[in-house]
Design a protein around this ligand. Structure first.
Ligand SMILES: CC(C)(COP(=O)(O)OP(=O)(O)OC[C@H]1O[C@@H](n2cnc3c(N)ncnc32)[C@H](O)[C@@H]1OP(=O)(O)O)[C@@H](O)C(=O)NCCC(=O)NCCS
Length: 249
């Protein structure tokens, strides 16, 4: 079972996270829901409380299997049981290892697809979004995007191109904010990214208080058809490798 993106299949513990690397994992959370009951065993009490607070069973199940998967992958990299890593929450909600460990990570999910990133070198942020139609893309762009981003998207000829570019831009911006741990506590139009498909993706302007644009690295992986995704980090160029989670949890 994979997320359909054509990434090679693997499981936790099969790959080593060395220096200079960034690892991306995708998974189809819905295909893992059957294992949700057993997956609870490796969750912390606070995570089980969060699961219990979801209104819909499917959302609770996706949260449980997503957390269990995150814990399996962290456990695999750290050489410990998945229940062992202690996860704390940053000021704006970013999950972090406690005490701050040797691995930086971040995760995102949309429409049952999860994307997770791991690195030993740099604080990372990821975002995945299912590409969908908005009745008023222009209003969304006016509300959230910087002028240069809006202009670049508006100049595209077909509606489909504009829609895809919107999601490329959106995921790149969210990945940047998630690398910083700021989440949407900071306005999305307070910095700028490129919107073109070509993988020259980069930050072109940054608000005060974060690394300058040239310090940022940005990539747009493709975890599954019909989804846009981005990963962002500050610092050295890292070699990105991608896997889709194989089989059950
Ligand atoms: C982080 C945020 C951008 C996520 O957006 P989203 O597209 O809805 O969701 P995604 O699936 O991409 O990401 C969710 C995951 O990001 C992680 N996350 C949460 N807050 C984060 C933050 N500040 N930085 C980085 N990652 C964060 C969590 O792992 C979360 O998954 P989980 O809930 O299963 O643990 C959004 O929830 C946010 O801005 N939160 C902060 C809100 C805030 O700061 N409020 C302050 C008062 S206004």
């Amino acid at each position: 079972v994979n997320s359909g993106g054509g990434w090679p299949l693997a499981r936790a513990g099969e790959v080593v996270l060395g220096p200079g690397a960034i690892h991306l994992w995708s998974a189809n959370l819905d295909s893992l829901l059957g294992g949700a009951g057993a997956a609870r065993a490796c969750l912390a009490p606070g995570e089980l409380e969060r699961a219990a607070a979801f209104r819909f069973e499917r959302d609770a199940g996706r949260f449980v299997v997503g957390r269990a998967l995150l814990r399996r992958l962290l456990g695999g990299y750290l050489g410990v049981h998945p229940a062992e890593p202690v996860l704390a929450t940053g000021e704006h909600g970013k999950p972090l290892l406690d005490p701050p460990g040797s691995i930086h990570f971040n995760l995102s999910h949309s429409g049952g697809v999860a994307l997770m990133a791991f690195s030993r070198e740099a604080e990372v942020g990821v975002d995945v979004e299912r590409i969908q139609d908005f009745p008023d893309l222009e209003a969304m762009m006016r509300r959230y995007f910087a002028p240069a981003e809006r202009d670049a998207i508006a100049a595209m000829t077909s509606r489909e191109e504009r829609r895809e570019a919107f999601f490329r831009c959106w995921t790149r911006k969210e990945a940047v904010l998630k690398a910083l741990g700021w989440g949407l506590a900071v306005p999305l139009d307070s910095f700028e990214v490129t919107v073109a498909r070509e993988d020259s993706s980069r930050v072109t302007a940054m608000r005060a208080g974060a690394a300058p644009p040239e310090g940022w690295r940005l990539a747009s992986p493709e975890p599954a058809p019909g989804f846009a995704a981005a990963v962002a980090w500050i610092g050295p160029q890292l070699a990105a490798s991608s896997w889709a989670w194989e089989g059950e949890l």
